[in-house]
Structures are given as C-alpha cells and as structure tokens.
Design a protein around this ligand. Sequence first.
Ligand code: A3P
Length: 299
Amino acid sequence: LSLKCTNLRAEVVELEGIPLTQPIYSTWDQVWKFKARPDDLLIATYAKAGTTWTQEIVDMIQQNGDVEKCRRDTTYRRHPFLEWSVLEPSELRYSGLELAEAMPSPRTIKTHLPVQLVPPSFWEQKCKIIYVARNAKDNLVSYYHFHRMNKELPDPGTWEEFMEKFMTGKVLWGSWYDHVKGWWKEKDKHRILYLFYEDMKENPKKEIQKILKFLEKDVTQEVLNKILHNTSFEIMKENPMTNYTMEFQGVMDHSISPFMRKGAVGDWKNHFTVAQNKKFDDDYKKKMADTSLVFRTEL
Ligand code: A3P
C-alpha cells in the first residue's frame, strides 16, 4: 500500500511560473479553450481557503435549502473542478472538463487557478465569480495538513520545509500572495464577489446574505436558517457528501488528518514557533506592501 501511495504523489510541472500537476499541464490546451456559458458560476479560491464550504452554501441556495437535493452527489461531482484531472489509476479517473461539458446549465464550477490563468471565455461570457480568500497563516497550516493526508499531492516534507515552499510560491497553484492579490486587483473590473473565510466564520449569516444578493436569489428566514445550520463545520464534517470520505479511498487518509480538520481561525498559533512567526511576518510585509488587501489572523 505504501508503494502505491508513493506512486500517486503528483509530479509537479510549471506553467507560466505556476506549479501544477502533470495531468493539469498535459490537458492545459483544453482547459484554456474551455467554453464557459453565461450562466456559469465560478467558485475560485486558493486551495484550502474554504472552497468546499462555499460550494455547499451555494448549492444550498440554488436548491432553495433542500437538503436531500444537496445530497444528490459529492461536492467533487456536483461542481466540476475545472482544471483537475486524474488519469490513473482508472478507478480514480476524473476530468473536470468532461464533467463540466456534460453538465446541464446552470453550472457551478470550482477552480484554484490564479486569475491570469482563468480561461478567457469566463471573462467573455461575463460569468459571475465568487472568490474566497483566507489569511495566509491558517491557509498554510491547512494546506500542509492536506498535503500530508492527500497522496495525490506532492510530499510536503517537514512543516518547516513546507512553510518555506509556501513562502516562495513553490506549491501547487503557486504563490498564495500573488493569488489573493491578483484576484483582488480584478474584482472591480468583473462580476466578482470577493469574500473572506474569517468573515464567514465570524458572521456566516451576513456572508450568506451577500452571496444571496450576488446570485440575485431570495429565501425565507426559515430557509436561510436551514442553510446556516447545514453548512456549519459540525454538520459538514459528518456529511459524507461534503467531507470527502466517499471518494479518494487510498488517496486521502483521514486518519492522518481529516479533510474537515478544524475549520477555525487562528489555528496557526498551534503551529508557528516565535521565530517562524517573525520570519513569516517580515516576509509577508514585503510581499503584501503593494496591495490594499487586509487579512485578519484572529477573531
Ligand atoms: P482546516 O484544515 O483549517 O480545518 P477547501 O475546501 O478550500 O479545501 O478548504 C478546506 C478548509 O476549510 C479546511 O480547513 C476545512 O476544515 C475548512 N472548512 C470546510 N468546511 C467548513 C465549514 N463549514 N466551516 C468552516 N470551515 C470549513
């Protein structure tokens, strides 16, 4: 089993300076030519920023709070993961492109692509996009544990080593700093709703209402409360359709670290040493000097 798992570890290739997996790289021409439809909704994030959570909120809204409908399939299959493809082994085969192309409208599509790599048709079709950003420290911690448990991703190395890779952008989907800044810069030029994980934690009702408004949807107070309840960390952790336990057997090892790990703001404090924190902060200030973006690392 350990041999099989080692073989799954992704080979990383750079595309325009962005580290991606080999299958993404080899299907890139098709990803770039993807035909978005005007009523597509794109959920874009840096990996581990709260994608699954946002996907569940959006689906609950689209299904008008019907829990059974939301349980029609896993998150991974309800919302095609645009650029993601797994070719082998065959039982894990997945093509975000094929899934999207076969899906009737209106579609909700997930991506981790930095803004400059989003297929042009999304801009041409003026699709709505929800972008969710999470503070760098918690995002890094979550990404580290995800690499430990998900054998489809490169081996993270030690915490110290992974932190270094994160700071230098040598991780899948590239630099967190460039990702959040890049999307922030584009947000007012397009139909982009830019949300923060920390705001969602602090006041989920308020953020759900922002999403409702953005999607031009109205729900009753009762439905709103149902959405709130069913998209809470505690419920999603136990929901097999959202907690990633139904797929990826032999790939994700939830005993190493569950997909629904902590769902908190400020867990970075349990990981950073004082020296690491200082180094990270000094570097952060430099990398984020050219943006008006402000993150909260605690609530
Ligand atoms: P942690 O590893 O910090 O727990 P993504 O979906 O982008 O991969 O992000 C996964 C992160 O979002 C994980 O963070 C996960 O626990 C957290 N998450 C998932 N659902 C959540 C929810 N309903 N509320 C809060 N956090 C949630």
